[in-house]
Design a protein around this ligand. Structure first.
Ligand SMILES: [Fe+2]
Length: 342
């Protein structure tokens, strides 16, 4: 890597030897803690590269730009509101993007129109994890969206498909699948990200549990938890014949902690059916597949208050004491909403 210049709030990353228009994957932003933002990219005939942009604080910064060789102009990084600040957080959530290039692109444009501060992608982001072309297509679909706002990645079962150690996950995000549990602050929201891929890695059931309880104990205006597999669903995936049963350890070990420590919202994907469930004051929002095949119903969900067999994008506006959620489909139509006050 070549020299890096930091000019006031302008940050230039100069990569030696690269010329214009040589990107295989254009830069995308992502983060897994509040100390830094990662910018990743891939030049032609090269491996993905990562650069960590250290930040004094990952929120409320003013003018932060990055520029890599091959970029015509510096790109501004969208700042996230700070906890306790007056700005409302706009947060987008989608999952199961898989092979849906056009639908993913359309959702990306909706995220941009909403002017979202950050995007949470809830797993199964590609169909076959060992297919580099799929990863390229994913980042291409969200090229503009993720060049300027940070992605919060959540690992799903397809990230292990054809890639049992999730090596491509590590290649594109720069951290191991075993470390795919972390927490970040997004304005007034404490977002806890978990891995629920217990069939692919049974050690995850207990590995993140003690850490999770410690995180949940800490006070926060809003507590959100996101992981791939829903606990409650009427999908056929929750019928007894279906071999994946992540929802059982989730209900046994995780659910009591969520209830004890008063989580507000749980976000999931995987079933490819939009389902909004309510149990003991916790809203469970399972988003419909952004790009994957439509789900099949067959099981039962006693806690369901709304469902739809549709592709959905979840848009949140969150202040210190009020939260609004809109679940919208590809036509921009609201198919479910939620308003909470504290
Ligand atoms: Fe899945």
């Amino acid at each position: 890597m070549g020299g890096m210049l930091v000019l006031a709030s302008l940050l230039f990353l100069n990569i030696a030897g690269a010329s214009k228009d040589t990107f295989q994957i254009k830069p995308y932003l992502h983060f897994h803690n509040n100390q830094s933002i990662n910018v990743s990219w891939q030049y032609k005939k090269a491996q993905p590269e990562h650069f960590t942009i250290p930040l004094d604080q990952a929120c409320g910064f003013e003018e932060k730009f990055y520029q890599l060789s091959g970029m015509k102009l510096p790109q501004k990084i969208k700042s996230i509101p700070c906890l306790g600040g007056s700005e409302t957080l706009r947060l987008s959530f989608l999952a199961d993007t898989q092979e849906g290039f056009e639908t993913n692109q359309a959702f990306g444009e909706m995220i941009e129109s909403f002017d979202s501060h950050s995007v949470v992608l809830g797993g199964d982001i590609i169909q076959n994890a060992d297919d580099d072309d799929e990863w390229k297509a994913l980042f291409k679909a969200f090229e503009k969206t993720l060049s300027q706002r940070v992605l919060v990645p959540v690992i799903g079962n397809h990230e292990y498909r054809g890639d049992s150690d999730a090596k491509n996950w590590e290649k594109y995000f720069g951290f191991n699948a075993n470390e795919a549990f972390y927490s970040i602050w997004l304005g007034p929201v404490k977002l806890i990200v978990l891995s629920s891929n217990f069939e692919d890695d049974p050690s995850m059931v207990l590995r993140q549990l003690k850490w999770l309880e410690e995180e949940l104990k800490k006070p926060a205006p809003w507590k959100f938890v996101v992981f791939h597999h829903p606990m409650f669903s009427k999908s056929i995936m929750h019928m007894s014949f279906y071999w994946r049963k992540e929802y059982l350890p989730l209900r046994q070990y995780y659910l009591p902690l969520f209830e004890k420590h008063k989580v507000d919202v749980v976000l999931n994907g995987h079933s490819h059916i939009y389902e909004h469930s309510l149990k003991d004051g916790i809203h469970y929002i399972t988003t419909g597949a952004a790009g994957g095949k439509f789900g099949k119903e067959g099981g039962s969900n006693p806690f369901e208050i709304k469902s739809a067999l549709d592709r959905t994008l979840i848009q949140f506006e969150i202040g210190l004491t009020a939260l609004r959620m809109n679940a919208i489909n590809l036509d921009g139509k609201t198919i479910d909403d939620l308003y909470l006050r504290k």
